[in-house]
Design a protein around this ligand. Structure first.
Ligand code: B12
Ligand code: SF4
Ligand code: SF4
Length: 257
């Protein structure tokens, strides 16, 4: 079943970018699976928020959580390196990937239904408390539990294809064999105390080696939205995700993909 679901996602993303009139291109997605009764989900009530949901809050008979990473084409990531504001490519990649995640989740739901199963449809973002700036379903933490990657100093989930992309997750009552997380860190600072390049790149003074000011970061995101008045809600920045050793790959993997 793992192989089957992986192929559904990979093929969908490949066709999506050719069939639709889009500017964004994605590299091949990475996919991982967690058992819905994995005890680590309970820990999110402490580490993220007491109101963080469990897979069973979406489906009472939840079996598996599927987490996927949609890595952007390198040109999109490189387009966002220079300047104070996000590039136009970055803004469009944000908007188009959020739509892709919504469409992909609907597609997976249809495919599950065909097989006699159910699945949740959870948005890519904007499912967060506007005051606390914390979500009750943190895709990054879900993906971490499924073994899709490890947290970087920049707060991003770093995967085998780097951190430059977006994450989605789906709860289903299908039982799929869980993925085994890899040992060790994927961030140079966390592994060796070096690098900190993401901190140096932060344009808002929000990201420090020991703290992260989410309100300050959000102000920068909203400045980019004001800078792009004709493009939908573009609360973006992402300067701390590009031009880094972890943008395209896990910098600690000697067999980088
Ligand atoms: C709220 C939110 C924001 C807020 C707050 C950001 C934040 N860091 O929490 C604001 C609006 C400021 C924001 C900004 C951005 N966001 Co945002 N945001 C979200 C949202 C909706 C929820 C995140 C959340 O609530 N996390 C819970 C909090 C408590 O976790 P946290 O702050 O990340 O802190 C934890 C980690 O540092 C972690 N951690 C660190 N080390 C370790 C080690 C271990 C072992 C463990 C278990 C945990 C851990 O523990 C901390 C506490 O639990 C998600 C979508 C979603 N629903 O998941 C997207 C999301 C996190 N955002 C994303 C992105 C890309 C961005 C931006 C780059 C904007 C952009 N698109 O241009 C910036 C980056 C800021 C940054 N450096 O983090 C992506 C991240 C993709 C990735 N590769 O990881 C997500 C997942 C959206 C998506 N669907 O892809 N975001
Ligand atoms: S830029 Fe360096 S310190 Fe920052 S997350 Fe990536 S590897 Fe870690
Ligand atoms: S998204 Fe921008 S403001 Fe927020 S931490 Fe990254 S570089 Fe700093």
């Amino acid at each position: 079943m793992q192989k089957y679901v992986k192929k559904l996602i990979i093929d969908y993303v490949q066709k999506y970018q050719v069939q639709k009139d889009l500017l964004t291109r994605w590299r091949e997605p990475l996919i991982a699976f967690a058992a819905a009764d994995d005890q680590h989900f309970l820990e999110l009530k402490e580490s993220v928020s007491p109101t963080h949901a469990l897979p069973q809050d979406f489906l009472a008979d939840a079996g598996t959580v599927i987490a996927y990473f949609l890595p952007f084409e390198k040109s999109i990531l490189n387009s966002n390196v220079e300047g104070q504001y996000s590039s136009r490519e970055w803004v469009l990649a944000y908007l188009e990937t959020n739509q892709l995640i919504a469409d992909l989740n609907h597609y997976l739901n249809e495919e599950c239904t065909k097989l006699g199963y159910k699945s949740s449809i959870i948005p890519a973002t904007h499912n967060f408390d506007q005051e606390r700036l914390i979500s009750d379903w943190s895709h990054r933490h879900i993906a971490y539990i499924a073994g899709l990657g490890k947290f970087g100093l920049n707060k991003m989930l770093i995967t085998a294809k780097g951190c430059g992309g977006r994450i989605g997750s789906v709860v289903t009552n299908m039982k799929i064999e869980p993925t085994l997380p890899e040992p060790g860190e994927y961030c140079l600072y966390k592994a060796k105390g070096t690098c900190q390049r993401c901190v140096q790149r932060c344009v808002g003074g929000a990201l420090k080696a020991d703290t992260f000011d989410r309100k300050r970061c959000y102000q920068v995101l909203m400045t980019n939205d004001q800078h792009n008045p004709h493009l939908g809600l573009a609360d973006v920045c992402g300067k701390c995700m590009v031009n880094l050793p972890c943008t395209f790959a896990n910098p600690l993997d000697s067999n980088k993909v």
